[in-house]
Design a protein around this ligand. Sequence first.
Ligand SMILES: C[S@@+](CC[C@H](N)C(=O)[O-])C[C@H]1O[C@@H](n2cnc3c(N)ncnc32)[C@H](O)[C@@H]1O
Length: 280
Amino acid sequence: MNQSSFLPPIEKSRAGPVVKWAGGKKALIAQFAPHFPAPGTYRRYFEPFLGGAAVFFYLQPERSFLFDLNAQLIEVYHVIRDDVEGLIAALKVHRNAPDYFYEIRAQNPVELRPAERAARFIFLNRTCYNGLYRVNRQGQFNVPFGRYKNPTICDEPGLRAASAALQNAHLEVADFEIVLSLAEPGDLIYFDPPYEPLSLTSSFTSYTSNGFSSDDQRRLAATYRTLDSRGCLLMLSNSSAPLIYDLYSGFHIHEISARRAINSKPDGRGAITELLITNF
Ligand SMILES: C[S@@+](CC[C@H](N)C(=O)[O-])C[C@H]1O[C@@H](n2cnc3c(N)ncnc32)[C@H](O)[C@@H]1O
């Protein structure tokens, strides 16, 4: 079935990221657009480092397989897909005030119902400092209050549009290598891993409680090469670190100019070169 036959066009055009996410690709989509394969020229869509899902929401492919190692994040997408009205109701309870923020942050999410847990995640994400996601060794979210004047906590039309876009998506908590056991010739896969740091101090690798090491970058490049020989269509974002040029030599390496919104150092903001690596 063609997606346009079950998604009202207005909702489809409105769907976009529902969480702020480090490394989110929303601002880069215009530069990516000329590199995406035309709709209808690939089979299924895979995104194994989902994060804020900016590319998925832009493409809204007919059949998609979406993964991330962050279990709380994947649960949020499950709830958006399957219980968006329950989520909206649970989000409407929240308000942007410091004492309230710390009270909600201190809750044990395990004791909440899925819609409440997803609402707590989105609330903390929208009202915390810089939209960061960071947990301590016990896995507890520990980002401070963000002091925004009027953050959008419950974007009802945006959530409904995201829910419509996700109806046909498979969502799962998994390491990126899962694509090796699922992807077939003609499938499109977009990889957006935590970036290889340009220097040791610019590292921002705490998306989950584990970082993403240079060995993980090598494991990812080996995955990319295997899927290339299988006949998959591949796109991958990464930093312009020397290791990345090395690991992907022989593929098409496009340089993209990016402004980073989340950075560990305020003076680290500004235009930097990132890479988009394709095999077509
Ligand atoms: C750069 S972010 C993706 C940003 C996303 N493209 C967006 O537009 O918001 C990287 C994501 O990879 C996830 N991740 C880290 N290690 C992973 C692994 N080994 N397998 C799968 N996902 C992983 C993180 O939880 C994080 O959400």
